[in-house]
Ligand binder design. Sequence first.
Ligand code: FES
Length: 156
Amino acid sequence: MISEALKKSLTERVAGAITPREAAVDVMKELQAHYGWLTDEAVAEAASLLGLSPLQVEELATFYEMIYRRPVGKKVIHVCDSISCWCADCDGIIEHLKKRLGVELGGTTADGMYTLLPCACMGRCGDSPAMSVGGTPYGHLTPHLVDEILEKERRA
Ligand code: FES
């Protein structure tokens, strides 16, 4: 359940949009921030706020990589596996992340800190191989740099 303040804020966001659908990503992201992931309850609340059906919200939610329909760790690692990053050995970076974190792609570390997900091009091809951790972008990755980033993000 969301607070009246959040409900009011989201209602105003939807009212200010040209169409309710335009505000859908913002609404889903806010609800995701509230619950930690987009729960079924959040989908129902988003549908109510947007004037859409839960199925329509579900369709939008599953289209966007940054909307999570399952529980995730405190910080989500999106590691790019598109063409430029692939040419820069993102496979090696992904293997390093899997070993370092002890999870497969899609998995969450035992301490609940990180969830590791592949993603499509992040628009940072010039910095490949690239990833983001909790929304912060990183590039020119090496295994050593990945280790430093994970420690820094863990403390942040
Ligand atoms: S291909 Fe990885 S950021 Fe573009």
